[in-house]
Design a protein around this ligand. Structure first.
Ligand code: URA
Length: 437
């Protein structure tokens, strides 16, 4: 088989056979195929797309490019969740301990922030001592021991995705539906969970900007999961404004802790209840989604979710004194409240620009591997649809550098759009896609 022929075939809009797709993935993962041919192929896929069968073949070849975890020896049924990435998305910090406290083991490998979207690992690393580099043996032992793990991806889990994602990132080929499906589902399949709840974001702070694209992505992922014998449900959720109030690392951990104590922002709390409810329902711990939501609420109210969070932090080397007194987590030197220049209604936000405002403060990274400042961030004070009076606080900035803070004031204000007329609030969720329907 010659790679140039596969590139030409895809360039001309033809479907590749299972052997051809596997040849590409195996060849690129092993280093036998050069970046320039892989890049040309990815661009052809970006424009020509892939059939469901080609997408499935690619996903499975990517999953099999490394270790395929079998968790059956440590837990009878393991559930996982995955968000397609957003701004202020700290859902895993609440939902993983909550679901584990309700008796369902959660083994989760999370990612780091890239571009405007934050990452669970970066947030957790605000807690001194917390380790995110567990080995597979440690992952399994902790899952068996306390029923919860939140760590980084093992180096040998879907390594084809690691290479392909890095190449996509620098060749303009990230927003391709089959490539996103393959990237996410290969990792989920290799990580061994029996059930997976997907939180597919749509809006200005998401990869998918409209509902049709988000639905196609959700359906594609659910279908593949189903085909390989996993139970999968997707919720399509709004990402046209940050989730909750906090955007940053330690301030998001603080907000997650408030939520685990039964407080926190209403939109974020409800969002967590639905995702946790889906996980409990999908795995048979609750007879319906509503019963799953009720169980999630009880698990927060009883304090069990909070206790499981503390157990998780301690098990991975984190200093629980910092989560017991979250104002001890890293804090920024400069705090600036930014106020409304005039009265109106908040009509919309560019959530990606809000995420980039935090990146500009040093709280995220534009390049893989760059260091980040856990203390900086932005706390919103208004939601879309709110009436705002002149001089009312819109957001608070937490900065460690005056020049960056001044730039963030302008960027943050430019990301908010106002109207003179009343505006409807945004929904939390749009659609639910369940396997077998
Ligand atoms: N998240 C992933 O893991 N991969 C993608 O391609 C997009 C989002």
């Amino acid at each position: 088989m010659r790679m140039v022929e596969l590139i030409e075939k895809k360039r001309d809009g033809k479907a590749l056979s299972t052997e051809e797709v596997t040849f590409f993935i195996d060849g690129y993962a092993s280093g036998a195929l050069p970046d320039y041919q892989a890049a040309a192929f990815l661009m052809a896929v970006m424009w020509r797309g892939m059939s469901d069968r080609e997408t499935r073949d690619m996903t499975l070849a990517m999953a099999r490019s490394g270790e395929m975890l079998d968790l059956s020896d440590v837990a009878a049924f393991v559930v996982d969740k995955h968000s397609t990435g957003g701004v202020g998305d700290k859902v895993s910090l609440v939902v993983a301990p909550l679901v584990a406290a309700a008796g369902l083991p959660v083994g989760k490998m999370s990612g780091r922030g890239l571009g405007f979207s934050g990452g669970t690992l970066d947030k957790l690393e605000s807690i001194p001592g917390f380790r995110t580099d567990l080995s597979v043996a440690e992952f399994k032992a902790q899952l068996q021991d306390i029923g919860i793990v939140l760590t980084g991806q093992s180096a040998n889990l879907a390594p084809a995705d690691g290479k392909l994602y890095a190449l996509r990132d620098v060749t303009g080929t990230v927003p391709s539906l089959p490539l996103i499906v393959g990237s996410i589902m290969s990792k989920k399949i290799a990580a061994g969970a029996d059930a997976i709840v997907l939180d597919v974001k749509v809006g200005t702070g998401a990869f998918m900007r409209n509902l049709d694209d988000a639905r196609a992505l959700a359906e594609g992922m659910v279908r593949i999961g189903e085909e390989v014998g996993r139970k999968v449900t997707a919720q399509i959720s709004d990402m046209n404004q940050p989730l909750g109030w906090a955007v940053g690392n330690s301030i998001e951990v603080q907000e997650a802790i408030e939520t685990l104590h039964g407080g926190g922002p209403e939109d974020f709390r409800k969002h967590c209840e639905v995702i946790a409810g889906e996980m409990l329902h999908l795995s048979g711990h609750a007879a319906s989604l509503d019963m799953g939501i009720a169980l999630a609420q009880e698990t927060i109210a009883s304090g069990a979710a909070w206790e499981k969070f503390r157990q998780l932090i301690a098990a991975q080397g984190g200093d629980v004194a910092f989560v017991d007194a979250p104002d001890r987590l890293p804090t920024a030197r400069l705090v600036e409240v930014v106020r409304a220049p005039r009265a109106g209604y908040l009509a919309g936000t560019e959530a990606d620009a809000i995420g980039m405002t935090v990146v500009g403060l040093g709280g995220g990274r534009e390049k893989k591997g760059a260091p980040i400042d856990h203390a900086v961030g932005l706390r919103m004070h208004v939601k879309v649809g709110d009436r705002v009076e002149a001089d009312q606080p819109l957001f608070t900035l937490y900065a460690n550098d005056a020049a960056r803070r001044d730039e963030a004031i302008t960027r943050g204000l430019d990301a908010l759009h106002f109207s003179e007329h009343p505006v409807d609030p945004l929904p939390l969720f749009y659609e639910r896609i369940v396997s077998g329907t």
